[in-house]
Design a binder for this molecule. Structure first.
Ligand SMILES: *[C@@H]1O[C@H](CO)[C@@H](O)[C@H](O)[C@H]1NC(C)=O
Length: 265
């Protein structure tokens, strides 16, 4: 690359042959329209626009992983727990889609935050589903869902997604509920199975924004759970989704930033 730049620089600035140039007819052209001006502009375009764009594209995680497939991946990549993903789908398919089952999926779940924050939200999500008498749809612990397999955090590769069953056990990830015979059945299914039995077009979406508006006053996690359970008790739809662009139901940051009401206790 550097050589190309130097070569073209030499071409542009090297003294020209001393051929006689006849004066052109008409007014002088502005400097940038001379041949040399055009070449300089082209080199600048390459340097300032095309090179940065090409570099940026090569930094996209998916392209990076395509390059790894050709040139070899780094040796220190962490595992992706594929067997756990497969197991989650198997367990969920076994649960099937029994008549009368109603599902609740929170697509608004956090991404790109530490496990402690994600788990806190996860527990509350699953509790809310349980309180609403709906099958909880569990998702991946997600650093990024940009399609990459690995992301980088502080210079180290991490899995972009980790199956929850690699981290926890119990009713949130399909385990039995021993303490409540009336718990929804199945108590939970994996999101990939939910995608199969609840196509996007069949999902009713409810935003936390609207539930908060019904509440009409400053919320706590407790008052929100009650309100959500009340709202959901009137919803017949089999497949309910809290969409990604909804306000978080249980805001893990709990600081008065841009949102008027938040559940912080
Ligand atoms: C969870 O992550 C796995 C591995 O990346 C992926 O195959 C699966 O589709 C993800 N599930 C969802 C619902 O995004």
């Amino acid at each position: 690359m550097l050589r190309i730049v130097l070569l073209s620089a030499r071409r542009i600035w090297a003294p020209r042959d001393c051929t006689l140039e006849l004066p052109r007819w008409g007014p002088d052209r502005p400097a940038w329209r001379t041949r040399r001006g055009v070449r300089v502009a082209l080199v600048l375009l390459v340097l300032l626009v095309i090179v940065p764009l090409a570099l940026r594209a090569s930094w996209s995680p998916r392209l990076r992983e395509k390059a790894w497939a050709v040139f070899g991946a780094p040796a220190d990549l962490p595992p992706l727990y594929e067997a756990y993903h497969d197991h989650e789908l198997d367990v969920s398919r076994l649960a099937g889609d029994p008549p009368g089952a109603k599902y609740l999926y929170f697509d608004s779940h956090v991404r790109g935050v530490g496990w402690g924050n994600a788990m806190q939200e996860l527990l509350l999500h699953s509790y809310l589903a349980y309180r609403a008498g709906r099958t909880f749809v569990w998702y991946n612990y997600t650093w990024s869902d940009d399609g990459s397999k690995w992301s980088y955090y502080k210079g180290k590769p991490i899995p972009s997604r980790i199956p929850l069953s690699a981290l926890i056990n119990g009713p949130i990830v399909g385990g039995p509920v021993f303490t409540d015979a009336n718990a929804p059945a199945p108590v939970s299914i994996a999101q990939d199975h939910f995608n199969d039995i609840c196509p996007e077009s069949a999902r009713k979406t409810i935003k936390n924004d609207d539930v908060m508006a019904l509440l009409g006053h400053e919320s706590t996690a407790g008052s929100l759970v009650e309100k959500w359970a009340e709202v959901l008790s009137t919803v017949d739809a089999k497949c309910v989704q809290v969409p990604r662009d909804s306000w978080a139901v249980f805001d893990i940051w709990c600081a008065p930033r841009s949102r008027p009401h938040r559940a912080c206790s």
